[in-house]
Ligand binder design. Structure first.
Ligand SMILES: C[C@@]1(CC(=O)O)c2cc3[nH]c(cc4nc(cc5[nH]c(cc(n2)[C@H]1CCC(=O)O)[C@@](C)(CC(=O)O)[C@@H]5CCC(=O)O)C(CC(=O)O)=C4CCC(=O)O)c(CCC(=O)O)c3CC(=O)O
Ligand SMILES: NC(=O)C1=CN([C@@H]2O[C@H](COP(=O)(O)OP(=O)(O)OC[C@H]3O[C@@H](n4cnc5c(N)ncnc54)[C@H](O)[C@@H]3O)[C@@H](O)[C@H]2O)C=CC1
Length: 215
């Protein structure tokens, strides 16, 4: 398995099965994609902005459902493994990715796993065990979460600094040293996390230090 980051904007995600697992996946994908959940019943709880379609998918009409919504990704989250099998085949026939919620280990061609994810602004950390132990993915996510505080703002700040440094007369090596020093600097992190001092000013100070080193 190779982790990639997928942009689902403008795409449709079809989730089949409205239990707690279907709801969790629907919430996740509805943040970004048009998300449709098809199920005869829906668990209590949030489905995010997903559209709910009350129907049971059968082995014979799985293909019609996939053709109807033309999704980039099909999430097979029913508790009926034959229906999930049919959804995997339909997704493959339509060139869609498929995520199978009821199966670990052996994976179908073109299948994807939904990792445990931490997000802070544009920064995302995804954890997978290759399907071996979802509970471990969840536990590690909980442990790592606090580490990421301020990372989204650090990405924003250094993104701006990179653009500004590109417009200056520094060499690529000088720009690299400056950005590396900023992302590693405890006082910049502290400023981003506490708001007590101005992170931009701290970053400018750190960048000046790298200039002195080069001189
Ligand atoms: C293969 C995968 C397919 C997929 O769904 O993509 C899959 C499959 C299965 N999960 C099962 C069970 C549990 N899943 C969780 C939790 C999560 N499961 C997620 C992903 C994945 N689960 C993919 C692999 C990810 C990886 O590589 O690690 C997370 C990370 C992401 C998400 O789903 O959003 C989310 C945590 C999110 C978070 O909190 O951050 C818990 C924990 C809990 O509930 O406390 C349990 C109970 C404990 C246990 O069993 O481990 C079962 C057995 C069902 C049964 O026994 O009936 C199967 C099927 C099977 O094993 O056959
Ligand atoms: N990937 C994961 O993180 C986890 C996966 N699982 C697995 O995922 C499956 C789903 O988990 P839960 O949501 O907890 O199960 P659940 O049994 O609570 O919900 C299943 C849902 O699928 C719907 N459904 C059943 N047949 C259908 C059909 N033909 N067409 C459309 N919808 C149909 C049901 O109405 C129900 O809403 C479980 O069978 C289990 O194997 C379970 C826990 C975690």
């Amino acid at each position: 398995m190779i982790p990639l980051v997928h942009d689902f904007r403008g795409e449709t995600v079809l989730v089949v099965g409205g239990g707690p697992v279907g709801a969790r996946k629907a919430r996740r994908f509805a943040d970004e994609a048009r998300t449709v959940v098809v199920s005869p019943e829906f668990a209590e709880g949030a489905f995010g902005d997903a559209e709910l379609v009350r129907a049971a998918v059968t082995v014979d009409d799985a293909d019609d459902w996939v053709a109807r919504f033309d999704p980039a990704l099909v999430v097979a989250a029913t508790n009926d493994s034959e229906v999930n099998d049919a959804l995997v085949a339909a997704a493959r026939d339509h060139g869609a990715l498929v995520n199978r919620a009821d199966r670990s280990g052996e994976r179908d061609v073109g299948s994807v796993v939904v990792p445990a994810t931490i997000e802070d602004g544009d920064v995302a950390v995804a954890i997978t065990t290759g399907g071996a132990s979802p509970a471990l993915s969840k536990y590690l996510r909980e442990r790592i979460e606090a580490e990421l505080a301020g990372a989204g703002e650090m990405a924003e700040l250094t993104g701006e600094l990179r653009a500004e440094l590109k417009d200056s007369n520094r060499t690529p090596a000088e720009r690299r040293d400056a950005i590396r020093a900023v992302v590693r600097d405890p006082s910049v992190w502290k400023a981003l996390r506490s708001g007590d001092t101005n992170p931009r000013r701290e970053a400018a100070r750190v960048i000046r230090t790298t200039e002195n080193e080069d001189a």
